[in-house]
Write a protein that binds this ligand. Structure first.
Ligand code: UDP
Length: 337
C-alpha cells in the first residue's frame, strides 16, 4: 500500500518532468519543488502540485513535506552543463552539492524515509574499462561529476545515521521524449548530441559538428550509451518501490542500456528517421570527452524488475524529433505561459 506523496525537485525540468509523469501514471501523489530557473511551469503535469522555490529554502521545502505527507524525495534539481562546471565550479558545488545538503537535511528533519538521487556516469571520469560497472573507481574529471559524487557520499553517510534509505542512479546519456508527447527536452542552448541533431533536422541549426574522429572506437567518433528518458523515469518508480519494500538497503546503480552508439550511428539514425541528410562537419575533440562510455547495467537489471521498453535508437530519435517539432510549432504560446 502506498503511503504519502513523493516530492520531486526539478520536476519542471527535462528528466524530472518525465519522472513526474511516471509517478502520476503509477498512482503516486506528486509535489514538485522547482525554482523555474531552467525548468518550465507548463512542463509539470497539472495532476501534480507545483511549488516555486529553491531546494535550499528550508521553510518552503519543509512546509511542502509536512503539508503533503511526503514519504520520498526524488531529487533532480541541479546544474547540468559540464563545460560550465569547469568555468564556474562554485556554481556547481553550490547548486548541486550545497543545495543537496540542505534538501537532505530537510528530508531528515521531516522524517522522509526514502531518497532517490539523479547521479551521473560523470562520477567515473574516464573509465579504465567499458562497460563500466558501479565498483569502478570514481574519478570525476570535471566539477559537475564531483559535485554529484559528493552528494552520493552525503547520502551514504546520512542513510547510515538516520532512518532513511537511498538510491542513486548514475545516468548515462539521456535522450528522447515522452512517447505520448507530454514532455521533452525544452532547454534552450542545449549541447547534447541528440538534441543538437534534431534541432538541425528541424532547421534550427544548419549543421552538426562531430567532436573528434580519432577516438579508439570502431568509426573513430565517440561512443555513448543513450537511454530513453521515459525508460529512465520508469526506473525511478521501480527504485522507489524497492526502497519501500527493503527499508534497510540503499543502492547506487548505473542507468543505461549497456550498449553504445557512435556519433555517426546517432546521425545515421536521424537521417533515417527524417529521410534527410544532416550536414555533418568534422571538428576537433571537445575537452575531456572519453572515447566510450557504456554502462554495465547488470546491477539494475538484477535489482529492479525494470526492463527497458524503448531501447531502440530510432525510437529515441523519433521521440526527440516529435518533441522538437512540437516546440517549434508552439514556440509562441510557450514563451507566453
Ligand atoms: N557530440 C558531437 N557533437 C555535438 C555534441 C556532442 O560530436 O554537437 C559528441 C560528444 O563528443 C560525445 C557524444 O557526442 O562523443 C555525446 O555527447 P553529449 O554532449 O551528448 O553527452 P556527454 O557524453 O558529453 O555527456
Amino acid at each position: 500500500m502506498q503511503k504519502g506523496s513523493v516530492l520531486v525537485t526539478g520536476g519542471a525540468g527535462y528528466i524530472g518532468s518525465h519522472a513526474v509523469l511516471a509517478l502520476l501514471d503509477a498512482g503516486w501523489p506528486v509535489v514538485v519543488v522547482d525554482n523555474l530557473v531552467t525548468g518550465f511551469a507548463w512542463a509539470v503535469d497539472p495532476r501534480a502540485t507545483l511549488i516555486q522555490a529553491n531546494i535550499e529554502d528550508d521553510a518552503a521545502v519543509r512546509a511542502a513535506m509536512r503539508a503533503h505527507d511526503v514519504c520520498a524525495v526524488m531529487h533532480f534539481a541541479g546544474s547540468v552543463v559540464v563545460p560550465e562546471s569547469v568555468s564556474d565550479p562554485l556554481k556547481y558545488y553550490r547548486n548541486n552539492t550545497v543545495a543537496s545538503r540542505a534538501l537532505i537535511e530537510s528530508a531528515v528533519a521531516c522524517g522522509v524515509s526514502h531518497f532517490i538521487f539523479s547521479s551521473t556516469a560523470a562520477t567515473y571520469g574516464i573509465p579504465d574499462q567499458v562497460p563500466v560497472s558501479e565498483d569502478s573507481p570514481t574519478r570525476p574529471i570535471n566539477p559537475y561529476g564531483m559535485s554529484k559524487l559528493m552528494t552520493e557520499a552525503m547520502l551514504k553517510d546520512v542513510a547510515a545515521a538516520h532512518p532513511m534509505n537511498f538510491c542513486a542512479l548514475r545516468y548515462f546519456n539521456v535522450a528522447g521524449a515522452d512517447p505520448l508527447g507530454r514532455s521533452g527536452q525544452s532547454t534552450a542552448g542545449a549541447t547534447h548530441l541528440i538534441k543538437v541533431a534534431v534541432e538541425a533536422a528541424t532547421g534550427k541549426r544548419d549543421h552538426v559538428g562531430i567532436f573528434g574522429t580519432d577516438f579508439a572506437t570502431p568509426d573513430g567518433t565517440g561512443v555513448r550509451d543513450y537511454i530513453h528518458v521515459s525508460d529512465l523515469a520508469a526506473a525511478h518508480v521501480h527504485a522507489l518501490d524497492l526502497l519501500i519494500a527493503r527499508p534497510g538497503d540503499s543502492h547506487i546503480m548505473n542507468a543505461g542500456y549497456g550498449r553504445g552508439y557512435s556519433v555517426n550511428d546517432v546521425l545515421d539514425a536521424v537521417d533515417r528517421v527524417t529521410n534527410r541528410t544532416i550536414d555533418r562537419r568534422y571538428q576537433g575533440r571537445r575537452a575531456g570527452d572519453p572515447d566510450a562510455l557504456v554502462a554495465d547495467n547488470s546491477a539494475i537489471l538484477a535489482t529492479l524488475p525494470w526492463r527497458p521498453q524503448l531501447d531502440d535508437l530510432d525510437t529515441i530519435v523519433g521521440h526527440a524529433l516529435a518533441w522538437e517539432r512540437k516546440l517549434a510549432e508552439q514556440a509562441e504560446p510557450q514563451r507566453q505561459s
